[in-house]
Design a protein around this ligand. Structure first.
Ligand SMILES: [Fe+2]
Length: 353
């Protein structure tokens, strides 16, 4: 009842077209300590109605708008105000109908049993108190749920930011490692940057969607990270590699995948790193997969990677010019490389040339 206690006076609205009844009832209610507002019919009672009254007393037969219609409209407003009907003696049928329509109680007029009248009004006021209390409780609960939800959303957002930052930081670390490795050899310096650039140009020209392009970009940035464990003397060696050295060299996609494995958010990138030396005809390494087993992003990186390998001078063979490298790509289109990717890339290189 805390809410009712906060209110100074309990307000009651009475609507009756009979001025004598209206005034008599108002007087009794005022005597009981209530603040009374009077209306001459249902329309007047309903017009401008707000949540102020704690109880509404309605006559049934009134001009302009009768009690039943007024009750219907009051209920529609959903202020939670109990309605008591005033019924003439002997019209029990009306009283029952009123209750069925959602009235809280009824009082027969003339009001001669003041004690009964007082009790009925008090009960209605009490009911109003419960309704307000329940509504306040519900509102408070909803507010708390809303607050908790937005708190949770905020925490989730922070967590997401944190995990995103962690992903970026981890990727940056990998990039630094790969760059450091490339810098050990003047001929491989910048390989990653160039491969990424070529691959992104192809992906854009082929209309690969932005999310996939991001995967490709990250895969390019770490594709050769497995070379970290390869002795730099292999990479710088001034001549062809021995069979043993080649065997070691061919392990770099697998080693790269293993190095990156803890980065579970880069699932697809890991597969691309593993397969960037596979050939369309199944003659590549490490798994010898081919055809549909090699996805588009992997096919793109394979072309970009090979082009850069051919055009940037390697220690054991001279480098090719762009036209010669494109010719070589075209020669191997269909066997080693995806023909469409080669075609798109040839156009890019030629366009530039
Ligand atoms: Fe590689």
């Amino acid at each position: 009842m805390a809410i009712m206690q906060e209110r100074r006076v309990t307000k009651i609205l009475i609507a009756d077209d009979d001025a004598d009844v209206r005034e008599a009832v108002a007087k009794i209610l005022t005597f009981f300590g209530y603040e009374v507002t009077a209306a001459a019919d249902g329309a007047e009672a309903v017009a401008g109605l707000d949540a102020e009254p704690d109880v509404i007393i309605l006559d049934i037969n009134m001009p302009v708008m009768d009690g039943f219609e007024a009750l219907r409209q009051i209920n529609q407003r959903d202020f939670g105000i109990p309605v008591i009907f005033l019924t003439g003696a002997g019209s029990m049928e009306y009283a029952v109908r009123a209750i069925n329509l959602g009235a809280y109680d009824f009082i027969t007029k003339p009001v001669d049993d003041l004690e009964l009248f007082r009790i009925k009004i008090e009960r209605a006021v009490e009911k109003r108190g419960y309704v307000l209390q329940e509504r306040a409780y519900k509102e408070d609960l909803e507010r708390q749920v809303k607050e908790k939800t937005s708190e949770l959303e905020e925490k989730n957002r922070l967590l997401e930011d944190y995990s995103k930052n962690l992903e970026v930081a981890t990727l940056d670390t990998m990039l630094s490692l790969q760059t450091a490795m490339e810098e050990k050899d003047v001929y491989t310096a910048g390989h990653t940057v160039r491969v990424t650039h070529y691959a992104m140009s192809i992906a854009e020209a082929m209309g690969v969607d932005p999310a996939e392009r991001e995967v490709l970009r990250r895969a390019c940035q770490v594709h050769d990270i497995g070379k970290l464990i390869i002795d730099v003397s292999y990479i710088c060696k001034p001549g062809p590699l021995t069979a043993e050295e080649w065997e070691m060299m061919r392990k770099h996609p697998l080693i790269g995948e293993n190095i990156l494995r803890p980065l579970s958010f880069m699932d697809h990138e890991l597969t691309i790193v593993r397969h960037h030396h596979e050939h369309l005809d199944g003659t590549g390494y490490p798994d010898g997969i081919g055809g549909d087993e090699i996805d588009l992003l992997t096919r793109i990186i394979a072309v970009a990677d090979s082009y850069d390998a051919m055009t940037s001078r390697r220690s054991y063979r001279g480098n090719l010019g762009p036209a010669q490298a494109v010719e070589e790509l075209n020669r191997c289109a269909g066997s080693q490389f995806d023909p469409t990717v080669v075609k798109v890339f040839s156009e890019i290189v030629n366009g530039r040339g």
